[in-house]
Design a protein around this ligand. Sequence first.
Ligand code: PMV
Length: 324
Amino acid sequence: MKATAVAHPNIALAKYWGKRDVAHNVPATPSLSVTLSGDGLETRTTVQFDASLERDVFVLGGVPNAEGPLSRVVGVLDEVRRLAGTTARARVESENGFPTASGLASSASGFAALVCASLAAAGVELPLADASRMARRASASAARSMLGGFVSLGTGEGEGDDPAAVEVASSGHWDLAVVVGAVTLAAKETGSTNGMRHCRDTSPYYPAWVSDAPRLFQAVRAAVLARDLSALGTAAEASALRMHACMMASDPALIYFSGATVALLAEVRALRKSGTEAYATIDAGPHVKVLTRSPDVPKVVAALGSHAVRVLVTTPGDGARLVS
Ligand code: PMV
């Protein structure tokens, strides 16, 4: 009744932002990500079902029942209990090798590791697609971290309104480097679910964002399959900046950028001007992640160093897996 799993965060190259079906957590835009490993970017989660517990216990980074994620954690455990035919409560212990809730995608790796460990601890065997759907209901980006390499997640149309992440290419397909410039180690102020709702309700750019996203998704997908960095970088930057433009046009404005975010974007553009292929993407946080070729990593690390509090070097990694 006890299992430990490891999962990595992922960075979306074509962004998911907005929900087509809020109740079932189905995205309004198709997304394509790369699962990232390296420099501590992983979550390790142990789940133990124990009939003597009165309620579920969630310990994150050594802190018991950290507020916020608990109800979504219980939601996953309830689904697993239903499948296993048990009422036993569980003790969940989770550690991130990087700052939690800061826009470094801790919810993606966190819920992917939780789904993987809790299914195994309860003795439930599910096809990977169903495990990915379970992760999606907790956090849509977590559906993608169930798989390694380059991964897409659709909007459910033609998929029974219940999409699962699918592999576009394995981690060995392309030795793309992703250099993460973390600009703060603090937690972000607006979580993605609230941010998406606010954007949908108040941003006049939201319908344009949703209708343009499938075209960018196709461009990202084709560039990944062709290992074409300049095509990928151009489409990925457009996806990130259009998503942020939609956020900034909300009322009141939703701004995840900090001064350092803008300074890092300028560094990336200066790198390109001087002949180094580097492209930026930014999630719902201030950090800048830079897509580049492996031999150019030292140049990118040096360029980000003056504005970032931490620079992490990552490459395509594996999906969620059991370690014991
Ligand atoms: O799955 P969530 O609720 O963590 O939302 C993820 C949203 C973005 O990171 C901004 C984009 C994405 O596709 O991962």
